[in-house]
Design a protein around this ligand. Structure first.
Ligand SMILES: NC(=O)c1ccc[n+]([C@@H]2O[C@H](COP(=O)([O-])OP(=O)(O)OC[C@H]3O[C@@H](n4cnc5c(N)ncnc54)[C@H](O)[C@@H]3O)[C@@H](O)[C@H]2O)c1
Length: 228
C-alpha cells in the first residue's frame, strides 16, 4: 500500500514489530508510522483510530488483520479459548470498523478489509473456535457492506490460505511437526505450496484500491485452490 502512495500506519501488539515494518517501508522511501496497539483493548483501538484521523485529516483504508488460532475440537477447546477467539477474530474487527465508518462516510467513502481465512468458507480440521469465528466475521462483513454501500464505504473479507508465518505454529504442533506440515501443504493444496506474502499483499492492495470499486461484501479467497 505504501508503494501505491498510502501513508501506512502500522500497528501491532508488539510495538517493536510495528516499528520494524514502518522502518522497512521508510527505507524504501515510502511513508509510514507505527504504534503499539492491542486490538482487543477497545479504548486503545478507538483512540489509535481517532489519533490517526486527527493527525492525517482522513482515513481511506482500514485493514483489520490480527487473529488467533486456538486449535481443537468441541471437547478440546475451553470456553475461555472460544471467548478469546471471538474477541480477536470478530469483536476487534467490529470495534475497528465502528471507529472508522463515521470518518469514511464524512469523506465520501473508504475501503475496509477484514482478514478472515479460507477457514471462513470451508470446514477446518479440528478447529472449532477458528472456523466458527472466521465464518462469523465474513457474515459481519457482508452485513456492514450492505448497510454502508450507499455511503460508498466498501467492506470486504480477505481469505488467505496457508502463508508461512509464525501464525501456523499451533497447527504445526497439531500436525505433529514441520515435516508433517510440509507434507500436508504439498498434498492438500492443489497448487502444492504455501502462498507468498506478495501474493497476499497483491490481494490487499486490490481490495484497498479503486481496482475493486464495484466490489463490496466479497470474501476474496487466495488459497492455491485449497477450498475448491
Ligand atoms: N498465515 C496463515 O497461514 C493464515 C492463513 C489464513 C488466515 N490468516 C489470518 O491472518 C491473520 C494474521 O496472520 P499472519 O500470518 O499475518 O500472522 P503473523 O503471526 O505473521 O502476524 C500476526 C501479528 O498479529 C499480532 N497480534 C496478535 N494479537 C494481536 C492483538 N491482540 N493486537 C494487535 N496485534 C496482535 C502479532 O504480534 C503478530 O505480529 C490472522 O487473522 C489469521 O487468521 C493467516
Amino acid at each position: 500500500m505504501a508503494r501505491c502512495g498510502a501513508h501506512v500506519v502500522v500497528t501491532d501488539k508488539s510495538g517493536k514489530l510495528a516499528a520494524n515494518t514502518a522502518a522497512a517501508i521508510a527505507e524504501e522511501g515510502f511513508k509510514a508510522s507505527s504504534l503499539p496497539l492491542d486490538v482487543t483493548d477497545d479504548g486503545a483501538l478507538q483512540a489509535a483510530i481517532e489519533d490517526t484521523i486527527k493527525k492525517h485529516g482522513r482515513l481511506d483504508v482500514l485493514h483489520s488483520h490480527a487473529g488467533i488460532q486456538i486449535e481443537g475440537t468441541l471437547e478440546e477447546v475451553s470456553p475461555e479459548g472460544m471467548d478469546a477467539s471471538w474477541a480477536l477474530n470478530v469483536r476487534s474487527h467490529f470495534i475497528a470498523s465502528r471507529a472508522v465508518v463515521g470518518q469514511m462516510k464524512k469523506q465520501g467513502g473508504g475501503s475496509v478489509i477484514i482478514t478472515s481465512s479460507n477457514s471462513g468458507v470451508q470446514f477446518d480440521r479440528e478447529m472449532i473456535a477458528y472456523a466458527t469465528t472466521k465464518h462469523a466475521v465474513i457474515a459481519m462483513t457482508r452485513q456492514m457492506a450492505a448497510d454502508y454501500a450507499k455511503h460508498h464505504v466498501r467492506f470486504n473479507s480477505l481469505c488467505p490460505g496457508f502463508v508461512d508465518t509464525p501464525f501456523n505454529a499451533g497447527f504445526e504442533i497439531q500436525m505433529g511437526g514441520r515435516a508433517a506440515l510440509e507434507s500436508y501443504i504439498s498434498t492438500n493444496i492443489p497448487m502444492g505450496r504455501w502462498a507468498s506474502t506478495d501474493e497476499i499483499s497483491d490481494a490487499i492492495v486490490f481490495l484497498a484500491s479503486d481496482m475493486s470499486s464495484f466490489m463490496t461484501g466479497h470474501a476474496l479467497v487466495v488459497d492455491g485452490g485449497e477450498s475448491i
